[in-house]
Design a protein around this ligand. Structure first.
Ligand code: BTN
Length: 316
């Protein structure tokens, strides 16, 4: 048991009770408590009562997560849960190939969380979901276009089971709710493919992000807790399960099988959109069978390739 898990309930704990639960001296407890602010955890100290976290935290629980995944899928995974890491994607990129078909890595906090297009992904402790998965994907370059769209779709399926508002997908893979970003996907490749791509996909979901005005997020965002009461652990189990199911299907039959479902959730559907850095402006026609965005522009139909551009709505 760790100090944070003892304090997670938000109740007061005396220094001596913490020390005996952890098998360390009160001085050691005091030193460990002094580190908590580095995790963004605010501690209250009251004489005669002890210490408590100003806000209780619902910690990730490996047992609950694995229990929530059906065993045929669970048996194909390796699973690691870290309190802190620079970035779950970076960590999986550094690791060698595992024995298992899917390597899953989760963290409570990322010190250098990375978003698409070189952006930072704000990753405070115990609040959100920072999930990465490494796996092999057979095929040539054409298989990659649809992959990140399938991941966004997979997340939206799980989230729509729990959220009280409709989910949308903003090409290529932002999950939107109430017009704001709820989750994002970062797909990275380890080295050159010979017969299969070695893929690391990262999912960041705002679960209980606070509106503190200083979180540094540079675009409108939403937090799942405002739309759902689902627990973080149960949700993660469902996400992993759904991702494996959809990735299996994607490996078998590519993106075309997902196209209609994706287009049903297209955030840009029927809207005038512009492609950043390119003089393409027009109405979104959704995605084609490869996952490219098709735009009805003045110059005719334009196809925009995933990963090269980002898109912004010009008008609602
Ligand atoms: C985006 O910009 O929309 C993609 C965000 C991806 C964030 C996740 S959090 C888990 C994984 N580790 C990272 O450093 N990034 C991804």
């Amino acid at each position: 048991m760790s100090l944070i898990s003892l304090l997670a309930d938000g109740q007061f704990h005396s220094g001596s009770a913490l020390g005996s639960a952890l098998g360390v001296s009160r001085t050691a407890v005091w030193k460990a408590l002094a580190v908590l602010p580095e995790y963004g955890l605010e501690l209250e100290t009251v004489k005669g009562k002890g210490y408590r976290l100003s806000c209780p935290v619902q910690l990730l629980d490996q047992g609950v997560i694995l229990h929530g995944i059906e065993s045929p899928i669970r048996n194909r995974l390796s699973f690691t849960l870290l309190p802190v890491v620079d970035s779950t994607n970076s960590e999986l990129m550094r690791l060698g190939e595992g024995e298992d078909e899917f390597s899953v890595l989760l963290a409570e906090m990322q010190t250098s969380g990375r978003g698409r297009r070189g952006r930072e992904w704000v990753s405070p402790f115990g609040k959100n979901v920072y999930l990465s998965m490494a796996f092999g994907l057979p095929g040539g370059p054409e298989v990659l276009a649809g992959l990140s769209l399938v991941v966004g779709l997979s997340l939206s399926k799980v989230l729509s089971r729990h959220a009280n508002k409709a989910l949308k997908l903003k090409w290529p893979n932002d999950v939107m709710i109430d017009g704001r970003k709820l989750a994002g996907v970062l797909v990275e490749l380890k080295g050159e493919a010979t017969t299969a791509w070695s893929v690391v996909l990262g999912v960041g979901l705002n679960y209980d992000m606070k509106e503190d005005g200083e979180n540094g997020i540079d675009q409108p965002w939403a937090s799942l807790r405002d739309f759902s009461s689902v627990g973080r652990n149960e949700l993660i189990a469902e996400m992993i399960q759904q991702l494996v199911v959809d990735l299996d299907q994607f490996r078998l039959s590519g993106f075309s099988r997902f196209r209609e479902e994706w287009n049903d959730l297209d955030f840009f559907a029927g809207k005038e959109i512009g492609v950043v850095g390119q003089a393409i402006i027009g109405r979104s026609l959704g995605v084609d069978a490869k996952g490219n965005l098709v735009i009805d522009a003045a110059s005719g139909k334009q196809t925009v390739n995933a990963g090269e551009v980002s898109v912004r709505a010009r008008s609602a």
